[in-house]
Write a protein that binds this ligand. Structure first.
Ligand code: FE2
Length: 400
């Protein structure tokens, strides 16, 4: 089990793990050299070099897999969402896809307007956010699927739309009102607009950033707010969420080092959606972490980055194998998860689409939660990497 700890908790004998993500790899305060810490001297040296945090492997005494542990954790809780009337996945998907594509066009426009210092089209942004809310109410799984499988590959734009979509899906899950959800979606689309003011060579640098470069990156929430304040009449709540989306539960975030509930709720939600999408996205210089592993890692960041209760709810919302996960089954076949249920997170609905040699087969839908007792039950063994098959997989999700 992986846990994020502060350098003060690091002890000789602990094993540092390297996580393939640019999210922290290049940050000067995150120590990422994999291996066992040999001595107190090493810890002292790392502290002196300015490292503040590290991911370590902590021994697991329960004998459970990561997935089983997450399952226990999230099904034991009293809080369960209300049963909601949803449009069936296949019926809702075409409209969600149109919404997602329109949102992508808007994301490009937002970045261009910001770069050129043009006034933003708040009306169009509100409309797009509202369409994302409609999709989340109609069938949230369609949005979660699209955020992982859509074939747009420009991270700058996909990331802002994915963060908006995932944040709205979570907000809807915890019962936020429609108008509030629209503001949350808007904040998601705008959250990183300030990066347009940071030199591209810093934003795209694959190596560790210098302290100076890091300071510059940390200014992006502030830059974003300046852009929004100067060029638009966006509601204060949206600006606040953009300003504080990198604040963290224990006060280690930026720009203000706010702690716990000092951080506005929308900013806390954006923070979780932002980390989830960054971990699970392919970038030119790193491979994505699969959704189930990403949620395990985020659970290991509780108390540090995230409120422990809120991250549990977030996992409950997305499921242990989130929609859009490409999974390998105990039969050897491969399937796509397309619907999750918070009551049975280990047993989502799947579409079996490829055989053990990754050859397409006639699609078969199975609800893993309601299999007949006579047959050997189909189980998910692990998440597989969908990146080479994204286009093919999308055709199963949206046949039109
Ligand atoms: Fe950001």
């Amino acid at each position: 089990m992986i846990k994020k700890i502060s350098i003060d908790e690091l002890k000789p004998g602990m094993e540092v793990v390297q996580l393939a993500s640019d999210l922290w790899k290049h940050l000067p305060y995150m120590y990422t050299e994999p291996g066992v810490i040999e001595s107190e001297e090493v810890v002292a040296r790392l502290r002196k070099e300015g490292y503040q945090q590290v991911f370590v492997e902590v021994p697991d005494v329960s004998g459970l897999s990561d997935e089983e542990r997450l399952d226990m954790l999230i099904v034991d809780r009293d809080i369960m969402p209300l049963e909601k009337e949803r449009t069936p996945f296949d019926e809702a998907m075409p409209q969600s896809q149109v919404t997602y594509e329109n949102a992508m066009k808007l994301a490009i426009q937002i970045v261009n307007d910001a770069k050129l210092g043009r006034k933003m089209d708040v009306g169009a942004a509100m409309e797009t956010a509202s369409a994302i809310v409609d999709a989340a109410i109609s069938n949230p799984d369609t949005l979660v699927c699209l955020s992982k499988l859509s074939s747009f590959d420009n991270y700058t734009y996909t990331h802002s739309i994915n963060v908006a979509a995932i944040a709205v899906v979570f907000g809807e899950f915890i019962g936020m009102e429609r108008d509030e959800l629209t503001l949350l979606g808007l904040a998601g689309m705008m959250h990183d607009v300030g990066k347009t003011s940071v030199p591209a060579k810093i934003i795209n640098k694959p190596d560790r950033l210098t302290k100076l470069e890091c300071t510059e990156v940390k200014r992006h929430p502030g830059y974003g707010c300046t852009i929004l304040e100067q060029t638009t009449d966006i509601p204060k709540k949206v600006i606040e969420a953009v300003m504080f989306h990198h604040e963290r539960f224990n006060g280690s975030g930026y720009p203000s080092g706010l702690i716990r509930k000092e951080i506005p709720a929308n900013a806390r939600i954006l923070g979780m959606a932002d980390v989830y999408d960054a971990l699970t996205s392919d970038r030119c210089y790193k491979q994505a972490i699969q959704p189930n592993k990403a949620l395990g890692i985020m659970y290991g960041m509780r108390d540090q980055d995230f409120d422990p209760m809120e991250i549990q709810l977030f996992i409950k919302c997305l499921g242990i194998f989130p929609s859009g996960s490409f999974v390998r089954l105990n039969t050897g076949d491969y399937a796509l998860v397309f619907e999750t249920d918070a009551r049975t997170p280990l047993f989502p609905k799947i579409k079996i689409v490829m055989d053990r040699k990754m050859r397409p087969i006639r699609m078969q839908e199975v609800n893993l939660a309601t299999q007949s007792e006579e047959d050997t039950p189909i189980e998910i063994l692990e998440c597989a990497d969908p990146s080479a098959y994204r286009k093919t997989l999308m055709t199963y999700l949206s046949p039109n």
